[in-house]
Structure formats: C-alpha cells, structure tokens
Design a protein around this ligand. Structure first.
Ligand code: ATP
Ligand code: MG
Length: 382
C-alpha cells in the first residue's frame, strides 16, 4: 500500500471559439499517507473528479507532479500505476456473471487460474456476495443497486492495488442503502488497511468516513485536516458554511472594547430589535485586540446557541420564524435585529415554540469563531 503525493497540480481546459479557458484544478498540493482514508469534498464543479482522474492517469496533467510511493507517475500509463478506481456508475459487464466480472481484469493480466479463483472467492466472502444468497453466477441486471456496487468494489479489490480511488460510488443508491454502504466501505478500509482516496460532494459522507479530508472550492484546496478539526476550526467562511448541517450562522458586526475584554456587537438597521451582543473569552479578546472597533463576522454553529433561562443576563432576543421538529432535536429559525439564524435545540420544549413569538437565547462564547469580513479568512483562535 502506498502514499500518494500531489504537487502543484494544475488542470486547465482551453476555451472554445475564443472564450476564456477554465482552470478546473488550481495548484493543488495534497499528501495522502500510507493506509489513510482521504476524502476530497466540495460543491459540484470544484475539481474533485478531475483531481482523482489525474491521479488515476485518465486525464492529462497541465502542470505539476503526482507521486505514488515516491515514484513520479506523470508519464506512467493508467494500467501501470497499480491503483484501482470505483465509479458512481458501476460499469459492470452486463453479459457476464458476477464471478466473470470479478475475474475479467485478472484474466487480462494473465494471472494463473487458481490465483484468480482464490482472489475472487476472498473478495466475494468479504463483500457478502456468498451469503445469504450466492450471487456469483447471477448477471448484474439481477442485482440490487447496493449489490452491484459491492461487485464494483470487488473488482477493485481483486486487483490488490496500491491504492483505491472512489468517485461518488454511493450516489446512485437510495438514502438507506447509502448509509449502509458507507459503513461497509469504512469497515472494508479497516480490514484491507489500504490507502483510499474518496471523492464526494456530501459533507456527511466526508465527515463520517474520512481520516482526513480535503475541502475544495473553485479548483483550490481550502483546508486539509481531520473532520473534527475542520468542524471546530474552519479555515475560512467557505469551509465553515460548507461543512455542517444546518450550516454555521454568520453575523456581521464589529468588535467593541470594554477594558481588556472585547465584545461582538451585531450590525442592525435603525429601529430593529436590539443587537446580538456576545462577550468574548479572555483568550479570544487577547487574540483579536487588533480588530477592536473594526468590522468582523461572527460564526456560530446552530448547536452552540440555546434558549436562555429567564434569569440569565448574557442573552439576546429573537423572533421565532419557523419551527422544524426533527424528533431528537428541533431546528428553530429565528430573526434577530439584523440576521436570520438557525438554532439546533435538544430541549423538547423548543418543538412547541410558536412562530412569531419572541424568545431569549444565549450563544456560547467559547465556540464563537471570527472571520475577516473582506476575505473570509478565519481570524486565529487557538
Ligand atoms: N472537458 C472539459 N472541458 C472544459 N471544462 C471541463 C471539462 N471537464 C470538466 N470541466 C470543468 O472543470 C470543473 C471541475 O470539474 P469536475 O468534474 O472535476 O468537478 P467535480 O468537483 O467532480 O464536480 P461534481 O461534484 O459535479 O462531480 C467544472 O467546472 C467542469 O465544468
Ligand atoms: Mg465529480
């Protein structure tokens, strides 16, 4: 199994008929460790598939370099890179049985018959293609979507590649099957201990499966870290808004001074509900002193705002706009003087909140994040 290193990778498509060209992948640097499950995540069109296809050798590189186990593979043909790719559309051969589909690539490579049989049986066993029903002699059309996806996984497994590449392998499955296969791929990774690079636009898939993830936007890497690091300390506003559902709330305002303690004050139009105010922790105050009396954006996740008890002083008022009970939790959409916020409440009473009523809330200053209003970069909090 292998580490994969991507250095200054660029992919540009020339423009047609005099139109400007398109840079799909823009100076991307990623180092994927031996045995790591790395997820590339980002919105549609951000360059995930293009990056993956360049690693596989299916797409020419405009500039930059790709190394697999310290061997530069820019000029190496896809079949000689020793990596296996699993796509969204399983691309099984319809006229072949599951067994033949699994064996086909190995036959082409001229492996011995008993070695092929051994690998096919092992993959079939691990992927549950033998029990409860033995699927090996069936044709793909007689399989469910999840079973087909398992066969596609098996076809990659039997090759015993240095690394697995996945491009949205679950997006053709229904929601329940997707959750099951997600867990199955995670277990498979643990069992095979192989390097896996997994592309998805689904941030839940990314959060739950990744050892580390790469968040991409407009062809550029925004942040590379573990899911929880990214969730807690997003590098910029884009990442903060993309990872997490419902997304982080953003409030425009400014930092005002009160001794050596700073406070955030929401920007509001004249005559509206009083501004949201939040006293910063001593630590944040110290880090952000140079931003005193300047505009700033406060980011706060829905679960870090809660309904306040009547006696609490550090609160703000907001009008309830919409109540979405989810069972275990309730999403309250509320309006402050200047912004709409979503609050994720685990208090069962929240489900009874009346639209139009005014209620008191408090935000957790430890969890507040701050962003530069012009470039969206996170302002450092240790
Ligand atoms: N052959 C091409 N010519 C011009 N532009 C292209 C070509 N192929 C892809 N692109 C553009 O490159 C960008 C990145 O595409 P890519 O397929 O890598 O996105 P993605 O992140 O995988 O998105 P999705 O989640 O929708 O699959 C897109 O804006 C796409 O339109
Ligand atoms: Mg894609």
């Amino acid at each position: 199994m292998a580490s994969v290193r991507i250095e200054n990778l660029v992919k540009s498509y020339p423009g047609e008929k005099g139109r400007p060209g398109k840079t799909a992948v823009d100076h991307v640097n990623i180092e994927i460790r031996h045995r790591e499950f790395m997820v590339l995540v980002g919105p549609s069109g951000c360059g995930k598939s293009t990056t993956l296809r360049m690693i596989a050798g299916l797409e020419d590189i405009t500039s930059g370099a790709i190394y697999i186990e310290d061997r530069k593979v820019n000029e190496v043909a896809p079949k000689d890179r020793d990596i296996a790719m699993v796509f969204q559309n399983y691309a099984l051969y319809p006229h072949m049985s599951v067994r033949e589909n699994l064996a086909f690539g190995l036959k082409l490579r001229g492996l011995a018959k008993d070695e092929i049989a051994r690998r096919v049986d092992e993959a079939a066993r691990i992927l549950g293609l033998l029990e409860p029903d033995n699927l090996l002699e069936r044709k793909p059309k007689a399989l469910s979507g999840g079973q087909r996806q398992r066969v596609a996984l098996g076809r990659a497994m039997v090759r015993q590649p240095k690394a697995f590449l996945f491009d949205e392998p679950l997006s053709n499955l229904d929601a329940k099957m997707r959750v099951e296969m997600r867990a199955e791929i995670t277990r498979l990774h643990r069992r095979l201990q192989s390097t896996m690079i997994y592309v998805t636009h689904d941030q839940v898939e990314a959060m739950t499966m990744a050892d580390r993830m790469v968040v991409m936007h407009q062809g550029r890497v925004q942040q590379i870290a573990t899911p929880m690091e990214i969730y807690r300390n997003p590098a910029n506003r884009f990442v903060a808004g993309f990872i997490g559902s419902p997304p982080m709330n953003f409030l425009e305002g400014s930092l005002v001074g009160a001794g050596d303690r700073l406070a955030f004050r929401e920007k509001i139009p004249a005559g509206s509900l009083g501004p949201v105010q939040l006293s910063l922790t001593a630590e944040s105050s110290r880090h952000l002193t140079s931003h005193r009396d300047r505009e700033i954006v406060l980011g706060i996740r829905p679960e870090h705002i809660a309904e306040a008890t009547p006696r609490e002083t550090v609160t703000f008022s907001a009008a309830v706009d919409l109540v979405e009970p989810m069972g275990a939790e309730t999403y309250l959409h509320v309006r402050t003087g200047g912004h709409s916020l979503v609050i994720r409440s685990t208090d069962e009473k929240s489900a009874q909140a009346q639209a139009g009523s005014k209620r008191s809330f408090r935000a957790d200053p430890d969890r507040a994040r701050f962003f530069d209003p012009t470039n969206g970069q996170a302002l450092s909090i240790p």
